[in-house]
Ligand binder design. Structure first.
Ligand SMILES: [Zn+2]
Length: 192
């Protein structure tokens, strides 16, 4: 019975996600430039909605992978290729802030997580741009992660909302969070 309920919940979630995607695409200015249709990363740029970023979190045993996909608008306030000095400065500063995991997320100290990889990039396609950042951490005590504090909203004033996809060893869940609700409660989500 419980299994069936979960299944229905999943179907419902998939349906909602599909609708959200359709909504985002309907409301977004389409681009005809061929380059933006090539790479899959650029596909996501085509579908993004200003004010809404994506955060993917994946557990691989003791390893945690965080990936942000953020509309340029939410990070620097524009999405054209920076040419003016002050715009170039804004992009450089944003990459610097994004490159530091602690500006984006805080994990419980007890989990003993150490960062092993961090990268931030800007990708421009047509009239749109997205910042991508990725972090890999190794946690000696991953089971101690009962909440994930999102610092991103404080680091970038234009940011509004994040759609979070979390996949752990035993669970898969989607969250929607914003400035007012910036912590994920994940008690019981992380097992070894
Ligand atoms: Zn855009």
């Amino acid at each position: 019975m419980i299994k069936k309920k979960k299944y229905i919940k999943f179907i419902l979630l998939a349906f909602i996600l599909l609708n959200v995607r359709a909504f985002a695409e309907d409301n977004h200015h389409e681009h005809e430039d061929k380059q933006s249709q090539k790479a899959s990363k650029n596909e996501s740029i085509k579908a993004h909605q200003h004010g809404v970023g994506i955060l993917n979190i994946a557990q691989e045993n003791n390893k945690l992978i965080f990936e942000f996909e953020l509309p340029g608008f939410d990070i620097v306030g524009f999405e054209y290729k920076a040419k003016k000095k002050e715009d170039i400065k804004k992009v450089k500063q944003a990459i610097k802030v994004l490159s530091d995991f602690s500006n984006m997320i805080s994990l419980p100290i007890n989990a003993k997580c150490e960062i092993s990889y961090s990268n931030a990039d800007l990708i421009i396609a047509g009239t749109h741009a997205e910042f991508f950042s990725k972090y890999i951490l190794n946690c000696t005590n991953i089971i101690e992660i009962n909440k994930i504090q999102i610092n991103y909203f404080n680091s970038f004033k234009n940011s509004k909302k994040l759609n979070v996809n979390l996949v752990t060893n035993n669970k898969q869940e989607a969250f929607s969070i914003d400035k007012l609700k910036d912590t994920l409660n994940v008690k019981g989500y992380f097992i070894k």
